[in-house]
Design a protein around this ligand. Structure first.
Ligand code: 5RP
Length: 251
C-alpha cells in the first residue's frame, strides 16, 4: 500500500511527530492489540504505525478512540476491531492537553474524552505522546472539558458550578458550551462539551468522581491514575520516554 508522506507545518508538529514515531517504534509488537488515541499527536502516531505495519507486515489489531481516528486508520489500512470485540488491549497510545509530573492529565481538547477513557481503561499499558508544551506543574490552565447530555445542559452546567464552589473554587469560574463556527460542538456520542476555566486545578482525584455523579454529566476530562509512561518529542526529531514523576531537562 502506498502511504502519503508525513508532513508537519511547524516546530510543535515536528515535536509531536517525533513522539508519535517513537511510540510506533517502541511500543508496537507483532501480535499486539493497540488502542489508537485522538488528536494531532496521536494521528502522527497512527501514520508512523501504518508505515511500520506495511513495511514489516506486522500482525496487529487496533481499537479507536474517535470517528476521526477511525477514518484515518481505515484510510491507511490499519486493521480495526470494535472495543467490545477486541478484548483487553496491550497498549493504548494517546495525547494530552496537559500532563503534570505525576501523569495526571486534562484531555478532551478534541472532544473525544469518553471513548479515550474507555479505551485507556481497557488497556494494560497507557503511553502518552506529547510535545513538551503539554508538560505543566499544575493542571488547569487548559479549560477542563466535560461531556454533558444535550438535554437541559445549562442545568448541568449550573450543578457543575455549585460543585466547584463546594470545592472552594470562585463562584464566577468561566463555564461555556464549546462551539465551532458558531455551532455547538457535538461529540461522537451526540453530546455537548462544556469547558471550565479552573485556572489552577485542585483536589482532582475527588473532583473527577464527584463531577461524574452529577446527572447530565457523561464524563469529565481529568485522567488520573491512567497513564503509565509519557513520551515527549522535540522539534529536532528526538524523543524520550519517562515514568512518573517525570523531570524534564528544559534548555
Ligand atoms: C482529544 C484529546 C487529544 O488527545 C488532546 O486534545 C491532544 O491533542 P493534540 O495532540 O492535537 O494536541 O484529548 O479529545
Amino acid at each position: 500500500m502506498d502511504l502519503p508522506p508525513i508532513s508537519t507545518r511547524n516546530e510543535q508538529d515536528k515535536a509531536k511527530l517525533a513522539a508519535g514515531k517513537f511510540a510506533a517504534e517502541n511500543y508496537v509488537f507483532d501480535g499486539g492489540k493497540i488502542g489508537l488515541g485522538s488528536g494531532t499527536t496521536s494521528h502522527y502516531f497512527v501514520r508512523a504505525l501504518a508505515q511500520r505495519l506495511h513495511a514489516e507486515d506486522l500482525d496487529i489489531n487496533c481499537a479507536v478512540t474517535s470517528r476521526s481516528t477511525h477514518d484515518l486508520a481505515s484510510e491507511l489500512g490499519v486493521p480495526l476491531t470494535d472495543l467490545d470485540d477486541i478484548g483487553r488491549l496491550d497498549v493504548c497510545i494517546d495525547g494530552p492537553d496537559e500532563i503534570d509530573p505525576h501523569g495526571a492529565m486534562i484531555k478532551g481538547g478534541g472532544a473525544c474524552l469518553l471513548w479515550e477513557k474507555l479505551v485507556a481503561r481497557n488497556s494494560d499499558k497507557v503511553v502518552i505522546v506529547a510535545d513538551e508544551l503539554k508538560a505543566v506543574e499544575t493542571l488547569g490552565a487548559f479549560p477542563l472539558p466535560i461531556e454533558v447530555v444535550q438535554f437541559s445542559w445549562r442545568t448541568t452546567a449550573r450543578a457543575v458550578r455549585e460543585l466547584l464552589v463546594e470545592y472552594g473554587y470562585a463562584d464566577d469560574v468561566v463555564i461555556y458550551r464549546r462551539e465551532r463556527e458558531g455551532k455547538p460542538v457535538v461529540t461522537d456520542n451526540g453530546n455537548f462539551i462544556i469547558d471550565v476555566k479552573l485556572g489552577e486545578a485542585r483536589s482532582i482525584r475527588e473532583l473527577t468522581v464527584d463531577l461524574n455523579r452529577i446527572p447530565g454529566v457523561v464524563e469529565n476530562g481529568f485522567f488520573v491514575d491512567i497513564a503509565h509512561e509519557v513520551v515527549f518529542g522535540r522539534p529536532d526529531g528526538t524523543a524520550h520516554a519517562y515514568g512518573f514523576p517525570y523531570v524534564l531537562d528544559r534548555h
